[in-house]
Design a binder for this molecule. Structure first.
Ligand SMILES: Cc1ncc(COP(=O)(O)O)c(C=O)c1O
Length: 398
């Protein structure tokens, strides 16, 4: 980034964009595949993909053509009308999630909105009126709107905005804590199969299975937030599918339309009957532009076998990091192409900055973790380049 460029656009950003967002270091201009270029023409290898969003990478022709064609035909109609792309996407999501004949979908425009819908679903699971408790996990992240924020297990994010919707309790991510907290007043348990924003933290062995048993026993909904883990990223369409667990609902967003804003709540079984007409909605939700984009992305993921690729490339990426034998790397977490590199020292911000300088985009969700979430189309050449750039950055800090 040149001084002139930084001096102008960063000042404009600082003057015009809400202070809720820190001023970025780079202004990006275009992308292609796993690469992006900034306004000075500097090229970056993108191993973050807009935080697990650009599943097909940048400017993928299938997505570009689908968006252009849909925009030229019908962008938006409101929920007073149905459209073919919306129906196609709902049926596709039900099929991919394995939600069966009773599966249903609600469309919103973001991950937070998908979780808002799931929170309202939990409120409707009242039973005899006593079910007012909602359990979520400490250090979880479910979004920043008031309901999603109430579910989020990070006090520093929640506290400035209290009072939040009532009834949410954040428990330790242990089977023991869950067993101790469960009773017949719990309406729902919210779980991220891998806690992405917390630094890509895996659940303890057997946690989801026990959560399913306990929620079934007490009549609570098991809601899985698959917003970061879903759409093939972790090596299966949804992370829960690598367990024997069938949830009552999942929330999805991020990768589903490759960057066109969309979020969805998918319900299974009885949970599909909780909402009644008029109880929830969104002007933009499920509009033909976003759903056509999602159909294109999901269709291409299926056609190109990118779910299996995520598993294969993830293993390759993991092996490449292990092969660096860096004293800075303590562990590698996550699954498929959602990986967290745990560091032995709290230098994640410096490491991410060194990578950026060298032309590699990764991110530091906390002081001692680097998150990798490249596009699902990542190949040998990109992994080889990542290996060179990341190992050099690690050596620089070791
Ligand atoms: C697991 C999870 N849930 C919810 C969200 C919120 O999604 P959005 O930023 O689209 O509102 C995120 C975003 O990072 C997420 O990772």
């Amino acid at each position: 980034m040149t001084q002139t460029q930084g001096g102008t656009w960063q000042r404009r950003f600082g003057d015009s964009i809400m202070r809720s967002t820190a001023v970025p270091r780079v202004l990006l201009e275009r992308g292609q595949g796993c690469e992006v270029w900034d306004a000075d023409g500097k090229r970056y290898l993108d191993f973050l993909a807009g935080i697990a969003v650009n599943a097909l990478g940048h400017a993928h022709p299938v997505l570009v053509e689908a968006v252009a064609a849909q925009a030229a035909s019908l962008i938006h109609v409101s929920n007073y009308f149905a459209t073919a792309p919306q129906l196609e996407l709902a049926e596709r999501l039900v099929r991919l999630a394995g939600a069966g004949e009773r599966g249903r979908v609600y469309f919103g425009n973001s991950g937070a909105e998908a979780n808002e819908a799931a929170f309202k679903l939990a409120r409707l699971n009242r039973g005899d009126g006593r079910r007012t408790r909602v359990l979520a996990l400490q250090a979880s992240f479910h979004g920043r709107t008031m309901g999603a924020l109430a579910l989020t297990g990070k006090p520093a994010l929640r506290e400035p905005f209290e009072p939040l919707p009532a009834g949410v309790e954040h428990i330790d991510t242990t089977v023991e804590a869950l067993e101790a907290a469960m009773d017949d007043r719990v309406a729902a348990v919210f779980v991220e199969p891998i806690k992405g924003e917390a630094g890509v933290i895996d659940l303890p062995e057997g946690f989801l299975e026990r959560a399913r048993e306990l929620t079934t026993e007490h009549g609570a909904l098991l809601v899985l937030d698959e917003i970061q883990t879903g759409i093939g990223r972790t090596g299966s369409w949804f992370a829960f599918q690598r367990t024997g667990v069938v949830p009552d609902a999942i929330t999805v967003a991020k990768g589903i339309a490759g960057g066109v804003p969309i979020g969805a709540l998918v319900t299974f079984g009885d949970a599909s009957d909780l909402f009644e007409a008029g109880q929830h909605g969104s002007t933009f939700g499920g509009n033909p532009l976003a759903t056509a984009a999602a159909n294109a992305v999901l269709g291409e993921i299926e056609r190109a076998g990118l779910v299996a690729e995520a598993a294969r490339r993830g293993a390759q990426l993991r092996a490449s990091i292990e092969g660096m034998r860096s004293p800075l790397v303590a562990e590698i977490r996550g699954s498929g192409l959602l990986l967290g590199v745990g560091l032995t020292r709290p230098v994640a911000a410096e490491l991410a900055a060194a990578c950026l300088e060298a032309g590699l985009i990764v991110n530091a969700p906390n002081d001692s973790s680097i998150r990798l979430a490249p596009p699902l189309i990542v190949g040998d050449a990109e992994i080889a380049e990542f290996t060179t750039l990341f190992s050099t950055a690690l050596e620089g800090l070791a």
